[in-house]
Design a protein around this ligand. Structure first.
Ligand code: ADE
Length: 262
């Protein structure tokens, strides 16, 4: 996969890409990252990338010309390569669709992505309307720029590419992969400061371990992210467990809320 990133601060990406799984994926040519400074696509003496907003107001707005030119230059280069038909140009913005594992999966299917990092108070609306093919937000909060969101997206996407993670199955077992949270993990020692690892995990009984893990997934998701539970996607036993757990929570709540008897 090739990822082109447009930013006013491409240096912000250098450190993260120099370590660990990112670095290995780049060295193994599983992904190539091309950083572009938006400023390099300006033509005036001062390399102006922003200007005052029409209509007044505080802050500066990123100008459209250098961003359009940067994306067009990348497209020209890539179109020269074979098989580069679709090329998503994604704007990172708090107004975008909320990033999640499903979107990461979707993006990991492309051979090429362009990520555009906005900055300052905003970006000229014509970039949104006529250049970006997608807009992504990493959460309902406002950051100073799109660089950290772009890194989040790149991280979530790269680790899904075949061969990037040592053991491929570890990406499949993650939290959120099947829409639920992950079961708890333990390693040695079996007892740490008096806290013991659940007995079943030491039993060597794989069927039991697997059942326990699935139950933990359901319990944990129900406790922490009940919004993720889709009853129709669960096995009958799991549905039963959800009902049982929900009714025991309701019972304990109603006993807490009950008026004390006279
Ligand atoms: N730029 C600023 N805040 C952002 C956010 N939450 N997601 C994506 N891009 C952003």
């Amino acid at each position: 996969m090739r990822i082109d990133v447009l930013s006013l601060f491409p240096q912000m990406f250098e450190v993260p890409f120099s370590f660990g799984i990112f670095k290995r994926a780049i060295d193994q040519k599983l992904v190539s990252i091309h950083l572009h400074n938006i400023r390099d696509y300006t033509h005036d003496k001062h390399h102006t990338v922003d200007d005052y907003p029409y209509g007044g107001g505080s802050g500066m707005v990123l100008k459209p010309e250098p961003i359009f030119e940067a994306v067009e230059a990348i497209k020209d280069e890539v179109h020269a390569e074979a098989g580069a038909a679709e090329l998503p140009s994604i704007l990172l913005t708090p107004q975008g669709r909320l990033f999640n594992q499903q979107i990461a999966q979707e993006l990991s299917q492309y051979r090429h992505l362009i990520l555009i990092c906005g900055h300052y108070e905003g970006i000229d609306e014509r970039v949104r309307e006529h250049l970006a093919t997608d807009e992504i937000s990493i959460g309902d909060y406002v950051l100073t720029g799109g660089e950290l969101p772009a890194l989040v997206v790149i991280d979530a996407v790269i680790r899904l590419l075949p061969g990037v993670l040592g053991a491929e199955f570890s990406a499949r077992e993650d939290s959120h992969v099947d829409g639920l949270l992950e079961y708890p993990q333990y390693t040695r020692p079996a007892v740490f400061r008096g806290w013991a690892v659940p007995e079943v995990l030491l039993s060597g009984n794989h069927a039991q371990i697997s059942r326990w893990r699935r139950e933990q997934i359901i319990r944990r998701t129900l406790e922490r992210r009940p919004d993720l539970i889709k009853m129709e996607e669960l096995e009958p036993e799991e549905r039963q467990l959800v009902k049982q757990l929900t009714s025991s929570v309701k019972k304990s709540q109603s006993s807490v809320n009950k008026e004390p008897e006279e």
